[in-house]
Write a protein that binds this ligand. Structure first.
Ligand code: ZN
Length: 187
């Protein structure tokens, strides 16, 4: 079973910034830990970037196309994009996920990941919503974009910046994936 992991942003685009914490690094740390857990469990994985700027294109739209294209060319079974949120309201908090269309495998997978993060880490469960994001629209396989929490919320920014919390949320995403799609057959 092939899982493509997309750590959001990187290169010229740091993503959201809040309370001194920058999104691209949170996304990357969580994605790398998620990849480690998936490989250990026998999934095949591909990750878009393992550093701040690896593979990341200067042009934002071209870069988003490139992420989807790489997953499509590899024939990934599932696409997981990892992001961190921001809001003009400092009290906004919680975990949410996006899919291109509600009602299918993507939504089941997204719901499982969001529930797992909320149950295991106590984050407010903001549910699964539909969004016309390029990486969701352009991927040929079930695709989920998860927003782990809000950098603009001081409590969540502390968590998102903590290596222990990053490992815990990666484990929660892993459990959400296993619960939704099952473990790979032993090779
Ligand atoms: Zn983002």
């Amino acid at each position: 079973m092939k899982i493509f992991i997309d750590p959001g942003h990187g290169g010229p685009d740091p993503g959201a910034v809040g309370n001194g914490v920058t999104e691209e690094f949170v996304n990357l740390n969580v994605a790398l830990e998620l990849e480690r857990l998936l490989r250990e469990a026998g999934y095949e994985t591909m990750i878009y970037r393992t550093t701040s700027d690896e593979n990341v294109l200067e042009n934002k739209n071209a870069d988003l196309r490139n992420r989807a294209q790489m997953a499509n060319n590899w024939n990934a079974d599932y696409f997981i994009s990892i992001h961190t949120n921001s809001s003009v309201r400092p009290d906004a908090q919680g975990v949410e996920a996006y899919v291109y269309r509600l009602g299918g495998t993507s939504e089941r997978l997204a719901q499982s990941i969001v529930n797992s993060i909320s149950n295991e880490l106590g984050s407010r469960n903001r549910g699964v919503m539909q969004a016309n994001f390029a990486v969701l629209r352009r991927t040929n396989m079930p695709a989920v974009l998860v927003e782990l929490g809000y950098l603009t919320n001081s409590t969540e920014a502390l968590n998102l910046n903590s290596p222990a919390w990053q490992r815990a949320v990666a484990a929660a995403i892993f459990n959400g994936i296993v619960n939704a799609v099952g473990l790979p057959r032993p090779r």
